[in-house]
Design a protein around this ligand. Structure first.
Ligand SMILES: Nc1nc2c(ncn2[C@@H]2O[C@H](COP(=O)(O)OP(=O)(O)OP(=O)(O)O)[C@@H](O)[C@H]2O)c(=O)[nH]1
Length: 504
């Protein structure tokens, strides 16, 4: 089976073709590669060759002897992915038992270390000589090592986490924290935008323990003043026995007892010296004398989550600022290309577009039409009806021209005081003439009174030309020829169209 795999390791084509189920992970990267045989064995979709840590966490594994599901602490697949060399039998969700062998290896053609996990189905009658990895509760060192490895795995994923993936990763970190601190509940509280209230945003609970996240929203500082003050002052709030809380913590005590909390441990999450929120663990089933390791773990998870949330927020607000800048830039560009009075393109935009269209039409061997329009006796109009009326007349003529010139690529611009210009790419001579004549009549039909002109209403004179440009064609020459035609229209009595034929 051929599948498209993004950024797969160089040796992956060979691995993917092997009949043995393999998982592979560069120790410094987040992606986990599963070959076809592994996807089949793990009952995962065949097009999901690149797995995330969350995908792997969701594969529920059981102890082949006791048939008990393996929790996060004892999940050999996660430990293997974090770099532990191990060999262990596990039962897959399909009921099949496999031998899981993991090794940290360095391929000669890659610079970093790679974890390679081999999954071999076991024959039912086979007794495998496997040394089982266990997280020995007595061995703090083993557990600390396992926790650190798991955290480094999660933090690698968090480095470039996308905003929409953030919640899943925070959940993973909370689950790890809860399991390793032997807690019943672990959670994150974040300060709301108002900076005066906090909400419980993420929560992990052990099976059988009640959840409170829905109720713990928008809590004001006044509802839990003691915990706010302690976290702000010491960054840690550690209570072995909630029943022993001092009188000033009466509000907290009532809330903790309502949630059946016996012991509680919270660590502040700070960002730029400000309280971002806190991460915490509760004991419900029994009390716990929090150890130095518990506090270290909680602080680590708090730093990791706090930094990630701040990073994501910074990235999101940077994107928003970038978008606002782009929008402001667009608006500025538009402003710079528009005529203030009429709202149509200005001379600057006309010059740019004419140059572009000359090149484009030369490349595509297409003709290019140009129309120059001048309002007749406009000085007299101004003198007679006033400058304001002159402005209004200019606006009406501009909007009429814009309404008539609608084809893709065409441009209507204010060329000068009472002069307009129209660029008409890929137009034939007959069409150009019809367009010019139509404009002449349409302006007359506006019936703007003008007693001192050629007729008793406002009229225009038009010069137009058609060019078949080549790579040497200049806009100046094109404009000059069209202007000459306009001059002729004026000289011959105004209110008419004259043509110039320009070949190149
Ligand atoms: N109201 C108003 N008038 C303007 C504007 N820009 C230019 N004009 C006027 O347009 C008039 C142009 O006058 P001339 O160049 O002498 O041309 P004309 O009177 O139209 O004569 P012909 O073009 O020969 O028919 C001047 O009086 C300018 O003041 C503007 O933005 N608003």
């Amino acid at each position: 089976m051929t599948r498209l795999i993004e950024e797969t390791p160089p040796f992956w084509a060979i691995m993917d073709a092997l009949p043995t189920a393999l998982l592979c992970k560069d120790i410094a990267k987040a992606s986990i590669y599963a070959n076809s045989a592994a996807l089949e064995l793990l009952d995962l979709p065949m097009d999901q060759a690149v797995l995330s840590l969350s995908d792997v966490r969701q594969i529920s594994l059981a102890d082949p002897d006791s048939k008990e599901p393996l929790g996060l602490v004892h999940n050999p697949l996660l430990l293997a992915l974090s770099g532990s060399a191990l060999q262990q039998c596990v039962t897959l969700p399909t009921g099949l038992t496999v031998e899981l062998k993991a090794q940290l290896i360095r391929f000669h053609f890659t610079s970093s270390s790679t974890v390679l996990i081999v999954l071999c189905p076991c024959q039912p009658q086979t007794t495998l000589p496997v040394s089982k990895w266990t997280a020995d509760d007595d061995s703090e060192l083993t557990e600390a090592l396992a926790f650190d490895k798991l955290m480094s795995l999660i933090s690698t994923e968090l480095i470039n986490v996308r905003p929409e993936q953030l919640d899943t990763h925070i959940q993973s970190a909370l689950a790890a924290l809860g399991e390793f601190c032997h807690a019943d509940r672990s959670y994150v509280f974040l300060m709301n935008h108002d900076k005066a209230t906090m909400s419980n945003t993420h929560e992990w609970v052990r099976a059988g323990i009640s959840s409170h996240i829905e109720r713990l929203q928008d809590l004001p500082q006044a509802a839990q003043p003691f915990i706010w003050q302690t976290l702000a002052a010491d960054a840690i709030f550690a209570v072995q026995d909630v029943g022993q809380l001092p009188a000033e913590a009466a509000l907290e005590k009532r809330e903790f007892q309502r949630e059946d909390i016996q012991s509680i441990l919270c660590s502040a999450m700070l960002s730029h010296g400000q309280l971002l929120g806190f991460v915490g663990c509760d004991m419900v089933a029994r009390k716990r004398a929090w150890t130095a390791s518990d506090i270290r773990r909680l602080k680590l998870v708090g730093h990791m989550i706090g930094n990630t949330i701040q990073n994501v927020r910074d990235r999101v607000s940077l994107q928003q600022v970038q978008q606002q800048l782009m929008q402001a830039n667009k608006e500025l560009q538009l402003l710079a290309s528009r005529d203030g009075l009429t709202g149509i393109a200005n001379r600057r935009q006309f010059d740019t577009v004419l140059q572009q269209e000359l090149h484009r039409c030369a490349r595509n061997k297409q003709p290019l039409g140009l129309i120059l329009i001048d309002i007749d006796h406009f000085k007299a109009y101004n003198d007679n009806y006033g400058h304001q009326a002159g402005d209004d007349a200019l606006k009406r003529v501009a909007s009429l021209l814009r309404d008539h010139i609608q084809r893709q690529g065409e441009l209507v611009a204010r060329y000068g005081g009472e002069e307009f210009a129209i660029i008409l790419p890929s137009i034939q001579i007959a069409q150009l003439k019809t367009t010019a004549e139509n404009l002449l009549h349409a302006v007359q039909q506006l019936a703007i009174p003008h007693q001192h002109s050629v007729s008793d209403c406002l009229t225009i004179s038009i010069g137009c030309s058609l060019m078949k440009p080549d790579k040497n064609s200049s806009p100046e020459f094109f404009i000059h020829q069209t202007d000459t035609a306009l001059y002729r229209a004026k000289a011959q009595g105004r209110n008419q169209v004259c043509y110039a034929t320009v070949t190149a």
